[in-house]
Design a protein around this ligand. Sequence first.
Ligand code: GLC
Length: 456
Amino acid sequence: MDVPQLIISNENLKDAIAKHLSSLVIDQEKLTRLRAVFEDEVEKGIESGLSNSSIQMENTYITELLDGSETGDYLALDLGGTNFRVILVRLLAGRIQKEIIDYYSVAESLRLGPGADLFLFLAECIQHFCNKNSVSAETEISLGFTFSFPMVQHALDVGVLVNWTKSFNCPGVIGEDAVKLLNDSLAKLGLKHIKVVAILNDTTGTLVAGVHDYPDCGIGLILGTGTNGAYLENISRIKRWESGSREGVSSVIVDPEWGAFGDNGTIDFIKTDWDRELDGESLLPASFTYEKYFAGRYLGELTRLVLKSVFTPELLGDCPPGILQKESIETKDVSDISQDILNDGREKTGELLTKLGSSNKDAVSVLQYIVELLVERASILVGVPMASFLDRMDRPSTTIAVTGSLYKYHPSLKSKLECKIGRMTDKPFKFGLSDDGSGKGAGLVAAIAKRIVQRN
Ligand code: GLC
């Protein structure tokens, strides 16, 4: 990890703070160990899923990408964050001709309330969308459902929720098939012409949408509220297969769910007291701990917890009231601070500290140092799965289709990632932004799924 410079004139204080924060550094030895554990967990996950690994490695049953034959209108849903999207995708010969997108905000009461209410709300949004955009109720229309949570997939259109992540925790859904719950709600509203043909993860959608824009795309990466990355796995390595024929199939998209990497304690050697504190205070403790190291839902709060710990009598003195307040630093503040670091400036960092009630003269440097350490660490933690998958796929070139608020709004994460991945693998790669990939991808997957089902 490239360790940043801490600029404080008092040498003793500088050394004491650097020492206090040193557990955030992932040195070469830890990195080598981390990579080896990741690859071991991937193998075990492929073999037997969560029963023997923290990385699920779920088979998505998406065995084909676009072949140019996809034509017609498809509906797509995208649920995973605080916004729910309904999309109509019009395809002609595998190319997107037109897209209509509507956004519906998912209130906290729905994200934490009974599952039946959430799925009824989704169906009501679809109904509203279809009425508003004159989607005919006379003709059957295929729908792809992006449901960005860990699922066990028994088929293309069966996804049983393993557990909630991010800001959702609705009782009554874990262990249930999300497609069935959606179908029940659609039926209640009389929307029988809508046929859910595939359920997928946002990373899968991003990968398929990525292929639409970049033919050599092989990975779909999400760096947003949560984090995960799907890739194309060679069919010969897939052990768990329950539905449909695998004859003539050469590869399948795998959804690793690496946000849960280390939930079984295998990488506790990188875990700091701040990571433990953040996890303990989170909505779903001890679950999806890898994404709690850096994903958008957590990075701001993690920064606050680390900063708070520097305000002790031996280091920066009394803690200002704002820094004691939960979630007073947001992930977008982290992006602003990184922008200051890039500009060699102090403006945004200073404004934030003033807002939080700090006037300590060294606080700006310390906060910038903390942010740089956390973003460096994030780039390594994302780099490990990316480099491992690039090595596994062993292709002459690969575009990593990527989206998510953390990636899009952070000013230096992309270049740090390029640098770290480049050091971890010699396989050529580049990033390709796939805005709205998870939604668009659901429409494309619906078209592909319809084709696979018709053939089987
Ligand atoms: C969480 C979800 C995963 C999703 C990721 C990015 O990790 O469990 O399914 O892909 O967030 O949204």
